[in-house]
Design a protein around this ligand. Structure first.
Ligand SMILES: CC(C)(COP(=O)(O)OP(=O)(O)OC[C@H]1O[C@@H](n2cnc3c(N)ncnc32)[C@H](O)[C@@H]1OP(=O)(O)O)[C@@H](O)C(=O)NCCC(=O)NCCS
Length: 268
């Protein structure tokens, strides 16, 4: 596991492996709210993305993007200051290494991944290899599961959510979900397959002790289902006419496919 650190901007980040080492996963940036918002407006108003998602506003306004970016900055503040402190420890130059499935140097497991922004690096510092210019091209996030396999509004769903939400950070019984999207300009190049791999292996397992991940995708979203499968998720039941589709996306209900990962086949 490697966490990179941009000591100029004091930003920790993850980097995808080759052939996508020009793609990094970063936190949200409090001083780039406008840039973030305009990238999100462009990506999330594109039907190739919007119609595959259930919960993002559509149409997606600048005010949605600004609020989202601000809320993310606030949520990520605490873990970022802890990480900066850790990465700036004497002897810890630019890169922090870890061996895997144990709390890092006795540090407690955390409950959040701050590496939610997928960015393409456009320019690096030739001396240090540090990114100096990049653009936002997508989003990848872990959250406690919302148990969409239970009917919308059902008691089963709220009980499952409540029980799961009450588990303490690092509990291996927590069921997590993973959600993602990428700008259509970058689809089909293998980027999300590696982004999912990176977030699981470089952060979720070693720092959050994530052992159970459930996700779902609309039945017709073969790209997303393949990304999960290529990361050792198992294709589960298809729930017919299940997930509510907002009126702005055409209304009605769509079938979803459940995907589950237990980490068993993953070499850590
Ligand atoms: C789904 C999404 C994240 C996939 O990201 P990506 O970087 O384009 O995916 P990859 O390039 O890593 O592709 C992984 C696999 O899916 C396949 N794939 C990708 N897009 C596909 C599509 N539209 N139709 C069929 N297969 C597709 C690829 O061929 C590859 O499989 P292979 O290696 O067996 O050939 C991206 O298309 C996206 O953002 N879509 C809109 C939002 C979305 O659907 N989010 C997920 C909601 S559950």
């Amino acid at each position: 596991m490697v966490i990179h650190y941009n000591s100029n901007t004091k930003e920790p980040y993850l980097r995808l492996p080759e052939p996508h080492a020009n793609i990094i996963l970063t936190p949200h940036r409090p001083n780039s709210l406008n840039e973030t918002s305009s990238a999100l407006v462009e990506i999330l108003n594109d039907p190739r993305v919007a119609l595959r998602l259930q919960r993002t506003p559509y149409p997606y306004l600048s005010s949605d993007g600004e609020q989202w970016a601000k809320a993310n900055c606030k949520d990520q503040e605490g873990i970022l200051s802890a990480l900066r402190e850790e990465l700036e420890e004497p002897g810890n130059t630019a890169v922090q290494k870890d061996t895997g499935n144990v709390p890092h140097h006795g540090r407690p497991f955390v409950d959040i991944s701050p590496f939610t922004c997928i960015r393409e690096v456009l320019k690096i510092d030739p001396g240090t290899g540090t990114p100096v210019e990049d653009i936002l091209i997508g989003d990848i996030r872990l959250a406690r599961s919302s148990f969409d396999e239970y009917p919308e509004g059902s008691e089963e769903r709220s009980l499952a959510q409540k029980g799961n939400d009450e588990l303490l950070a690092g509990d291996e019984n927590i069921v997590w979900s993973l959600a993602d999207f990428l700008a259509p300009s970058h689809h089909g190049r293998g980027i999300m397959t590696l982004a999912v791999r990176t977030i699981i292996h470089d952060w979720a397992i070693p720092r959050m002790n994530v052992r159970r991940l459930k996700s779902w995708a609309f039945e017709d979203n073969e790209g997303s289902l393949r990304v999960f499968e290529k990361n050792n998720f198992i294709r589960g039941h298809t729930l017919k006419d299940w997930a509510l589709v907002t009126e702005s996306r055409g209304g009605g209900k769509k079938s979803i496919v459940l995907m589950e990962w237990t980490g068993e086949d993953d070499d850590e």
